[in-house]
Design a protein around this ligand. Sequence first.
Ligand code: HEC
Ligand code: HEC
Ligand code: HEC
Ligand code: HEC
Ligand code: HEC
Length: 194
Amino acid sequence: MQKGALWFLSGFGLALLIGWYAFPQLLYRSVDQPVQFSHAVHAGEAVGMTCDGCHAVSDDGRFAGIPTLEQCAGCHVDVLGASEAEKYFVEEYVRQEREVPWHVYARQPDNAHFSHADHVKVGEIACERCHGPHGTSETLRPFEENRITGYSRDIWGVNISGVKSNPWEGMKMDDCVACHKENNRRSACLACHK
Ligand code: HEC
Ligand code: HEC
Ligand code: HEC
Ligand code: HEC
Ligand code: HEC
């Protein structure tokens, strides 16, 4: 093979590598969650709470979302166990009455409207369909924010090609619309956008 072609090929290979591996690293800013919270402990055998205990959809359709400190403080007035994460949580947040500034992986842009009551109560869709196994997670992965749009990486999904291995990977407009179509719903632009 000619030297030029070899150079061209290796350059091309390098560009591909940059495109597939380095670009996402550059595009997203990674931040740790403020506290390491374990769903496995709280919604598992150790504590035994149900999802409703922290994320209820009330009869009037309001979704409690991320729990406030008040919902944790009852149990965590004092440090219960030996973990660093709990000690840190009690000292830095409970005792100082500071809300934990959790990053929401599924957060949508402000102009998109989403209601849990429509989907969980009326549509009877399981949390896992859209959030994967988060309810059984033991540790919290870093939150990845798109440096250009400020959006969570979970909207587009982890794979830069947009190809999904699981239905919950990615919740961009096309993903919302695809499921609405499967359910024979053709929502108007203004159903989802204010
Ligand atoms: C003791 C309270 C508590 C219970 C019980 C609980 N959660 Fe959570 N949940 C949290 C807290 C705190 C967060 C924020 C930190 C995080 O992302 O895990 C959260 C976040 C979430 C999120 C992440 C939303 C996002 O995109 O960032 C999902 C999904 C979720 N919970 C599902 C569940 C499911 C499913 C169950 C039942 C199996 C459950 N939770 C039970 C406290 C709770
Ligand atoms: C019903 C009681 C109860 C409630 C409510 C509760 N916790 Fe816990 N939490 C526990 C117990 C029990 C442990 C395990 C302690 C041990 O043995 O290490 C724990 C452990 C923890 C830990 C240590 C790491 C982990 O998650 O295992 C953190 C951090 C924590 N809780 C945060 C929270 C936050 C934040 C909330 C509110 C959203 C909350 N807890 C609500 C009982 C509770
Ligand atoms: C049809 C898909 C879908 C289902 C089913 C679903 N969620 Fe969500 N969830 C979302 C989307 C989209 C967001 C982001 C909403 C936003 O930013 O306005 C979200 C956000 C959240 C949040 C972050 C707080 C908030 O209010 O934005 C929590 C916690 C959560 N969901 C828990 C749950 C739990 C628990 C269930 C099951 C009872 C559930 N979700 C079912 C799509 C879904
Ligand atoms: C089923 C809900 C749904 C419907 C119907 C829908 N959208 Fe969206 N749209 C979304 C969500 C969620 C986002 C944010 C996630 C993303 O960027 O893909 C979005 C993003 C957008 C954006 C990009 C805005 C930004 O901040 O990135 C535009 C523009 C847009 N929609 C226009 C439209 C138009 C025009 C229609 C009607 C033909 C429409 N949408 C119908 C859910 C919907
Ligand atoms: C897994 C399937 C599924 C996904 C994913 C999904 N939806 Fe839905 N959505 C439904 C179903 C089913 C209903 C109808 C519930 C009912 O009223 O029977 C619905 C209803 C709605 C409604 C009520 C008004 C209307 O158009 O009928 C809005 C608004 C909506 N969805 C927005 C969204 C947005 C925004 C997203 C993406 C962030 C999304 N949905 C993702 C299944 C889904």
